[in-house]
Design a binder for this molecule. Structure first.
Ligand code: KIV
Ligand code: ZN
Length: 527
């Protein structure tokens, strides 16, 4: 194994590109910008903001991130094709020197034979031509031999050599289908270090998928063997079973510095906030037992563990929740706290809101403090993130009343406001949530089909805020929405209304709502 003298591992975040390829996790421009800003606060080195040729929306998103986000390098993905490269170059152009073009081409026998129908020589030529073309536009060019882990090592070395000869500055080795296992993948990286001329002059990245649950383990094996860049996503979002999870791989290297002797530039205290934001914006719920950012990641349930923790924290805790930005700290503010104290506290938590946003957040905080005895920083973070990510309020919820019980037909009365008009209706359903959602549909003249509904508590205690995530199909358009409240039916109604508002905003139109009615109408079951 050749020793790499540099002990700094570059973190390349692809949440906005590969992460966004996760079924059901697509984001609009506003959401992508929000995530990119948080990635910059997290201090990732590179943001892969999208695949510009894929759609006009992707192109706009990469360009907007390149224009607005300062700090990290901004990369756009392209196949080794002129039209892709030209589009990628245009999209990263506003980032100036921080613009990167990431070209890729499949190299494995399976891809060569069935997908590309190309011989080895043609692949080498096309890879070299792709890098050369990208170099016309930017200095910083990354090359990825797709399905590298299933490529013959000698041929992989040949393609990498050709890319480096044309000026590639980063060589990324993807385990595209998550087939590799750690020892083998580490050895492949070691082999390339030994057999690719010029490899010492470039940064070697790895890009691992999680089909066998090994993405983090493979990435760690790679850095142990000389790779110095890890491509990853927040919450491990990505195609199929996802990509290497940023939070896990970064915290593994940090916690086991004794073993890896490597560091990253990541501001780990921003991890939890990034995780929540991505979950909020994509509607992809983080499983409770997910390492680092799951609700149970730092929860100690058994008596023996709790006893040990009380005696000495390190008996059962290898990281501290604060290290990743999970505070759980009680907020010393209450409903009598003034605007100034509230704004100071938000500042300490890292939020920078303009006066209008601040006053809206303060109103929500006071409303929450009225309902909830103890407010934790996590409640506050959820509240602010919800406000930051809310769809344009075409309809707002003014009033919700549900009656339900074992002997009662669940019925909801809802009042919504749009501009100056107020609309009210009532409907019955299978349960209180179903009744509330049906009533909203009636008022908005919509018929959304609920694809996913998840509820989870943000903090502890009986008065904890419940966070509802929904995924709604409006026929031609699937939208994700989230909302939290101490009342779970209200959270569900708000999350659903968020989806309706987003759908209407994306359509650029508003339906003509029905006139105010108070008549109850029995509607068919929703699910
Ligand atoms: O998984 C993969 O091979 C990719 C490449 C485009 C890097 O995402
Ligand atoms: Zn990938």
């Amino acid at each position: 194994m050749k020793k790499n003298p540099k002990n700094r591992v570059v973190i390349f975040d692809t949440t906005l590109r590969d992460g966004e390829q996760c079924p059901g996790a697509s984001m609009g421009l506003r959401e992508k910008l929000e995530v990119a800003r948080q990635l910059a606060r997290l201090k990732v080195d590179i943001i892969e903001a999208g695949f510009p040729i894929a759609s006009p929306g992707d192109f706009e998103a990469v360009r907007a991130v390149a224009e607005e986000v300062r700090g990290p390098i901004i990369a756009g993905l392209a196949r080794c094709l002129e039209k892709d490269i030209v589009r990628a170059a245009e999209s990263v152009e506003p980032a100036g020197e921080r613009g990167r073009i990431h070209v890729f081409l499949a190299t494995s026998a399976i891809h060569r034979q069935y997908k590309l129908r190309k011989a080895k020589e043609e692949i080498v030529k096309q890879a070299a031509a792709g890098v050369r073309m990208a170099k016309h536009y930017v200095d910083d060019v990354q090359f990825s031999p797709e399905d590298a882990s299933r490529t013959e090592p000698e041929f992989l070395a040949e393609v990498c050599r050709a890319a480096i000869a044309e000026g590639a500055t980063t060589i990324n080795i993807p385990d595209t289908v998550g087939y590799a296992v750690p020892d083998e993948f580490g050895a492949l990286i070691g082999y390339l270090q030994e057999h690719v001329e010029g490899i010492d002059d470039v940064t070697v990245h790895v890009h691992c998928h999680n089909d066998l649950g090994l993405a983090v383990a493979n990435s760690l094996a790679a850095v142990k063997n000389g790779a110095r860049g890890i491509e990853c996503t927040i919450n491990g979002l990505g195609e199929r079973a996802g990509n290497c999870s940023l939070e896990e791989v970064v915290m593994a290297m940090r916690t086991r510095r004794d073993f890896y002797a490597l560091s990253t530039g990541i501001k780990t205290r921003e991890i939890f906030r990034a995780s929540r934001l991505v979950s909020q914006l994509t509607g992809m719920v983080v499983q409770r037992n997910k390492a680092i950012v799951g609700a149970n990641a730092f929860a100690h349930e058994s008596g023996i563990h709790q006893d040990g923790m009380l005696k000495e924290r390190t008996t059962y805790e290898i990281m501290q929740p604060e290290d990743v930005g999970i505070s759980g700290t009680e907020l010393v503010l209450g409903k009598h706290s003034g605007h100034h104290a509230f704004s100071n506290h938000l500042h300490k938590l890292g939020f920078r809101l303009n006066p209008e946003e601040l006053s809206k957040a303060y109103d929500s905080f006071i409303a929450l403090a009225d309902k909830k005895k103890t407010i934790y920083d996590d409640d506050l973070v959820a509240l602010i993130q919800q406000q930051m990510t809310e769809a344009p309020p075409i309809y707002t919820l003014q009033y919700l009343h549900v009656s339900t019980g074992s002997e009662t037909v669940p019925t909801a009365t809802v009042r919504l406001q749009r501009n100056e008009e107020v609309f009210q209706d009532a409907a019955c359903g299978d349960g209180p949530v179903d009744a509330a959602l049906k009533t909203i549909d009636r008022i908005c003249s919509m018929r959304g089909r609920l694809l996913d509904f998840t509820l989870q508590a943000i903090t502890k205690g009986q008065d904890a805020m419940g966070e509802v995530s929904v995924r709604v199909d409006f026929g031609d358009h699937v939208v994700n929405g989230k909302a939290s409240s101490t009342d779970i039916v209200e959270a569900a109604a708000k999350a659903y209304l968020n989806c309706i508002n987003r759908h209407l905003a994306d359509q650029g139109m508003t339906p003509s709502p029905q006139k105010t009615r108070t008549r109850k109408k029995k509607a068919p079951a929703k699910k």
